[in-house]
Design a protein around this ligand. Structure first.
Ligand code: UDP
Ligand code: MG
Length: 308
């Protein structure tokens, strides 16, 4: 009996890509001694993504769909796929074919060699726009400078996880998980494969600057409480600095020029006001996360699926 491999693909408005990726993956498994199941998670698409998948399921019996009740985001879709997968290992990749499915062969080889997690590191070549390359570099640099968990640059959600890892991962019931950070956090024997991404087969990126920014903030605040400590240091530094004002005040008092300090007072008030708002904002983000966690709402809601 061959081992079962689960493939998980989150898809949000990817109608043009579905057929292609299903075909490419089938092609690969033709030459491999495994059975596979392909789980496509439709993350509340507004185009014909779901219909396209459903149509294919009627002719391919190892193809499954999970339909969300609305758009819950890439990470939630990934989590849903991992929760439902039944294979001895689970491989996740994007629907847009930027993650070349041909890499699956090498990933499975490494898995057979005994690695529990085989992840991939994206290398940039000339086909990627300078802006995307730069913003990605910045994203990881910032993330690592401020967070406790080191995340390597270019580690997207293109990875293989052994069944034991998936089972551990399923126990993580945290609200709004940041999957690539959690994977780094849980340890196990990990192996990295470097690859050059392909161009999107069809459609546009679903990650605009706004989504990238919120992913960065989310990545930091879901893995680390360093920003909270940073708030303390900042407050400490600035209150020390404000002590420097004392000699100035004494000096101007003896000089009889103490009224002329209006501008500096206003600047100080505005500056510290701003600083306090920033720190309150940081506290707010963490408090908000606790609020959402306490409510214990599900990360996603499944409207329909053909997985029993
Ligand atoms: N995706 C999703 N829900 C979203 C946004 C994206 O399931 O709200 C999926 C998308 O269909 C794709 C993957 O996540 O399979 C990565 O998205 P995208 O290719 O747009 O990101 P990029 O490669 O530009 O970083
Ligand atoms: Mg993409």
């Amino acid at each position: 009996m061959n081992k079962l491999i689960s493939i998980v693909i989150p898809a949000y408005n990817e109608e043009e890509n579905i057929k292609e990726i299903v075909g490419r993956i089938e092609e690969i498994f033709k030459n491999l001694p495994y059975n596979f199941e392909l789980i496509m998670v439709d993350d509340g698409s507004t185009d014909h993504t779901l219909e396209t998948i459903k149509n294919l399921t009627s002719i391919k019996q190892n193809l499954y769909f999970i339909e969300f009740s609305k758009n819950f985001g890439h990470q939630a879709a990934l989590k849903a796929g991992l929760n439902e997968a039944r294979g001895s290992c689970v491989i996740s990749l994007d629907a847009d074919l930027q993650h070349p499915p041909e890499l699956l062969i090498e990933m499975l080889q490494k898995w057979e060699e005994g690695y529990d997690i085989v992840y991939t590191l994206r290398q940039f070549d000339k086909t990627i726009s300078v802006r995307k390359a730069k913003s990605s570099k910045l994203f990881y640099k910032f993330l690592n400078s401020i967070s406790d968990v080191e995340i390597e640059e270019g580690s997207a959600d293109f990875r293989l996880m052994d069944r034991t890892v998936v089972d551990v991962f399923k126990q993580f019931t945290e609200n709004d998980p940041f999957v690539r950070g959690l994977v780094k956090l849980i340890g196990f024997k990990q192996y990295a494969i470097k690859y050059f991404p392909d161009n999107r087969f069809s459609g546009d990126s679903k990650y605009d600057f706004k989504k990238m920014k919120s992913l960065a903030i989310h990545g930091i605040t879901s893995l680390s409480i360093k920003p909270l400590n940073m708030a303390i240091y900042l407050g400490f530094i600035f209150s020390m600095l404000s002590l420097l004002y004392i000699p100035y005040v004494i000096f101007s008092f003896y000089n009889g020029t103490e009224v002329s300090g209006w501008a500096s007072i206003v600047i100080t008030i505005v500056f510290f006001g701003g600083l306090q708002l920033i720190i309150l904002g940081i506290l707010g983000i963490y408090l908000g996360k606790m609020f959402m966690q306490v409510k214990g709402r599900p990360n996603y809601i499944i409207r329909s699926t053909n997985m029993k």
